[in-house]
Design a protein around this ligand. Structure first.
Ligand SMILES: N=c1c2ncn([C@@H]3O[C@H](COP(=O)(O)OP(=O)(O)OP(=O)(O)O)[C@@H](O)[C@H]3O)c2ncn1[C@@H]1O[C@H](COP(=O)(O)O)[C@@H](O)[C@H]1O
Length: 122
């Protein structure tokens, strides 16, 4: 798998997922993860929304360092949302890998077709 200049990799995400699982039932006075899980699912989702907005603002300002910082915040809080549902980062990476080489437009059309066949709304 390709790695960024700081050697971030799936291992980094998997290690973080392990830490999140270890901390989620911990002491809210000692752990941010535990504090957010104690506040509940809506609090986690609210943070995901906030961090997404902060990323948009950083990108609008073209502030490169802030974009990296806010994306890290967004990924981290998204991982809390994944943990809520027992989903590991590898599952998301596998979905991205599945999409490799498939045009986004083509993928969207296939998804719409599949949903129609299953009787869902596209
Ligand atoms: N990667 C992160 C990480 N990224 C961001 N954050 C926290 O997410 C919060 C982001 O909130 P904001 O930027 O909105 O600022 P804020 O004012 O602190 O937040 P609010 O009061 O608005 O809720 C900050 O408190 C950050 O410290 C993180 N907290 C923890 N981790 C990882 O999770 C591990 C476990 O953390 P603890 O549970 O705290 O031990 C750590 O070792 C890290 O690896």
């Amino acid at each position: 798998m390709s790695q960024n200049p700081a050697n971030g990799s799936l291992d980094t995400l998997e290690r973080l997922a392990d830490v999140i699982d270890q901390r989620r039932a911990g002491d809210p006075d000692k752990s941010y993860v535990a504090r957010l899980f104690q506040k509940g699912g809506d609090a986690i989702l609210k943070k995901v929304g906030e961090e997404a907005t902060e990323l948009v603002m950083a990108a609008k300002d073209a502030d490169r360092q802030k974009i990296v910082y806010e994306t890290a915040d967004l990924w981290f809080h998204s991982m809390l949302a994944l943990a809520q549902h027992g989903i590991r980062p590898a599952e998301v990476l596998a979905e991205l890998e599945r999409r490799e080489g498939l045009s986004g437009l083509e993928e969207f059309a296939l998804r719409k077709l599949k949903l129609r066949e299953e009787g869902g709304t596209p």
